[in-house]
Design a protein around this ligand. Sequence first.
Ligand SMILES: [Zn+2]
Length: 484
Amino acid sequence: MSKVIGAPADTEAVIGLEVHVELLTASKMFCGCRNAFGAPPNTLVCPVCLGMPGSLPVANAKAVEYLCKAGMALGCTIAEYSKFDRKNYFYPDMPKNYQISQYDMPLTTGGSVTLPSGKRVNLTRIHLEEDTGKNVHAGESIARSAYTLVDYNRAGVPLMEIVSEPEISSAREAEEYLAELKAVMSYIGVSDVKMHEGSLRCDANVSIRPAGARELGTKVEIKNLNSFRSVGRAIEYEIERMRACVREGERIVQETRGWDEGSGTTHSMRSKELAHDYRYFPDPDLVPLELGRALLSRWRTELPELPAAKRTRYVRDFGLSEYDAGVLTSERSDADFFEAVAAASGNPKQAANWMMGDVRKVLDRAEMTLASARGRPEQVAALITLVANGTISGKAAKEVIESVMIDGRQPADVVAERGLAQTSDAGAVAAFVDQALHANADSVASYKAGKEKAFEFLVGQVMKLSRGKANVEMVRGLLKERLG
Ligand SMILES: [Zn+2]
């Protein structure tokens, strides 16, 4: 790499992601301790997850099922035979001085994640392991803290590691890859995938090489990426740092670098360990995993419709755009809500407009989600129907939606209470129309002389006379009739 001299345009970035996903099982990977976030420190522990001498691990069947389902959803090949290995290293958050993981026989290989552009990022493997505990530094950083505390509640939580091939070529693609993985995991319900609680974590391997080259450059692993945004920013920063190194004729060092959110930079943490440093060997306390075909095919039938299939169906059956379908399917709960509104109103397009428009707006303003809102799909559908059958105008509906979503009120009640119903009584509307025509002879004359704009003015006058209550479609119809 050091011989490559050139402008940034002459290099391309090569990125691979290692994503850790905590599985949403009731208990830990090899013991009966509860798997939960946020409990008081060291309250969810036992001799097994603390690595006490003589304790024996037993694999959690649900974790194996969840990992296999994740693999199936991503098109991976599931190994009917695999085993657990010990990865040996010393670090205070690892009470046994080794982590139970999978080395040469992971549960799945292959598979891929498809990005919105249609590009497929292939997966190397997904393996099952246990999470470590958590070091809690007393100060703001290791260097500044007088002491470090260790919380072992997380030690032994089932964790899957999803490793991609180095086929991602920009920060944006990395974020898209993560978003799709997150959507798939939340759809199949194997994890709550909350980056801020650490149940979804990501390390990025980044390197650069001359554009079009086949050989990979020296890679750097970036850790401490706590949000989609920090993944993108860190990758962008690192690519630029490497390009600057190349320009200056410096050698890029293979190392692990930490991302610092505050300064927006990466810093050297340690030179990268090689696999043989870990002295992997099969865990003698655990039997190998043998999954029968019958079990695997049963799990396959239990998979729900996945985001990609839903998007295709929304475009095909509901006539939505790719973009709208993408937004509506990014969370399973949102997609379920939308489909319920579409079914109850019989109007998928309007349902999509409301979900992505005014419903979203009022929820964002109140800092609520669909799950925490009191409004239910049937109420949103009822509001759509009130507009469709002419009871209220679209404008009035926008005034009603907040009470529906935030307070859980019935749209018809809000309409009655605020007197928002339109006048669709033909006689009453005709009276307003005639009154407006009589009072605006000039506009009538200019319309007849070919000035289309005068028509809208007259519509406005009728609406004003009716104090906004006249059914605007009826007004238009009657005006055309009278002026025709
Ligand atoms: Zn335990």
